[in-house]
Design a protein around this ligand. Structure first.
Ligand SMILES: Cc1ncc(COP(=O)(O)O)c(C=O)c1O
Length: 417
């Protein structure tokens, strides 16, 4: 498949989706959810058929021909994502990684990309091991707002941002980066997985494309792997729709239906997870067993001013990370001692999870790079679910005590230190 070239334009702001008439909760429940026109079913049926009948050659009975190209459940889900991200268009993919791959595939060989350093490990792997094999080079920057002008090359076509980043929860001022990028005709992509469209709408801050691992908050029940991209530009829509079909990394009708069902409660889940995360962050911050806490909702977060400017109601989201006293051992013990939080990768589900990024999700990134980005061996990442907040805080406190006792006992056994 020939790589496609990004237009060499002096950027005109693409036409934007009109401001939504209804609030988030109303859109989440109703956008892309028409009643079935034949039966009146309030909940759409699942269209499992892979092919659709035609009355004559090239004349399908309805809107659909073959499910990879389009499918009613996928289209309805895409309409809902577009509404929630204030976008004109959205596309669904078989995973968040497939959404990333499709966007990178749209770049011509020889293109250059600038990305934040502490990007999701799988995105880092794609940039360094797959995109590079197709002649797309990526430069990583730990301070993209500060360094962007110096990193630009004539071949720079994309800026890749995660805000908050994974797992250190640092923020990027999307508007500041987009205004420099747009002076050079460069597109800005924001991975919004960690916050979900309820808390942040990157297109409203000047981004050109927003991507999600739908697997996380949007589906919210840890039972679907899916991705999505949303944007306003009709040219992007033409190119990415072509690639969606040509590459074929599309979700099943059933997964679209499940993810659409999950999305209808996103606002409730995101609010509750944020409330729990703030309580846990405060508990951790006051514990003698904790070295530091990364949570955008805390006033002590170095970029809290961006939280206030960029997030709905200054919410910090459901994700946080912290450095525990006692190194890797204490981090691992903490994760084994929690009773409600499950030790597992992933995030954004109704259930709370913990993990050690240095040994799990980010183990593939060389130690030097990992530590430069703040991913130390003693860093614990927490995904707060929607369980009772008091129970979650108690669980964190008892696991901290047990991890600390373990460190002391081992210290004594090993002769101190
Ligand atoms: C921030 C972020 N982006 C993208 C992805 C990739 O998504 P998926 O696992 O759906 O391919 C992940 C997965 O954890 C993620 O955390």
């Amino acid at each position: 498949m020939p790589a496609m070239t990004l237009p060499d334009h002096s950027i005109e702001t693409p036409p934007r989706a009109p401001s939504p008439v209804h609030g988030f909760g109303t859109l989440a429940v109703h956008a892309g959810s028409p009643h079935d026109p034949v039966t009146g079913a309030v909940i759409e049926p699942i269209s499992l058929s892979t092919t659709y009948a035609q009355t004559a050659v090239g004349q399908p009975v309805g809107l659909y021909e073959y499910t990879r190209s389009s499918n009613p459940n996928r289209e309805n889900f895409e309409a809902a994502i577009a509404a929630l991200e204030h976008a004109k268009h959205a596309l669904a993919f078989s995973s968040g990684s497939a959404a990333t791959a499709n966007i990178l595939q749209s770049l011509a060989a020889g293109s250059h990309v600038i990305s934040i350093s502490d990007v999701y490990g799988g995105t880092h792997r794609y940039f360094t091991k797959v995109a590079s094999a197709h002649g797309v080079q990526v430069t990583f920057s730990p301070h993209i707002e500060r360094d962007i002008s110096g990193l630009l090359k004539p071949e720079t076509k994309l800026i890749w941002i995660e805000s908050p980043s994974n797992p250190t929860l640092s923020l990027v001022d999307i508007r500041a980066v987009a205004s420099i990028a747009h002076q050079h005709g460069i597109l800005v992509v924001v991975d919004n997985t960690f916050l979900s469209p309820y808390i942040q709408n990157p297109l409203d801050h000047g981004a050109d494309i927003v991507v999600h691992s739908v697997t996380k908050y949007i589906n919210g029940h840890s039972d679907v792997l899916m991705g999505a991209a949303a944007y306003n530009s009709p040219e992007l829509h033409e190119r990415l729709t072509f690639l969606q079909n040509a590459i074929g990394a599309v979700p099943s009708a059933f997964d679209c239906w499940l993810a659409h069902r999950g999305l209808k409660t996103l606002h409730l889940r995101a609010r509750e997870a944020s409330k729990n995360a703030l309580n846990i962050a405060q508990t951790l911050e006051s514990s003698p067993h904790v070295l530091s806490v990364n949570y955008p909702g805390l006033p002590s977060h170095a970029q809290h001013h961006i939280t206030v400017k960029q997030h709905r109601d200054g919410l910090g989201g459901g994700m946080l990370s912290f450095r525990i006293r006692g190194g890797k051992e204490a981090a691992e013990r903490f994760c084994q001692e929690t009773k409600i939080f499950t030790l597992a990768e992933s995030l954004g589900g109704v259930e709370s999870l913990v993990e050690v990024p240095g040994s799990m999700t980010h183990a593939g990134i060389p130690r030097e790079q990992r530590e430069a980005a703040g991913v130390w061996d003693d860093l614990v990442r927490v995904s707060c679910g929607i369980e009772d907040g008091v129970d979650l805080c108690k669980d964190v406190m008892q696991a901290l005590e047990k991890a600390a006792v373990g460190v002391k006992m081992n210290g004594a056994k090993n002769g101190g230190n």
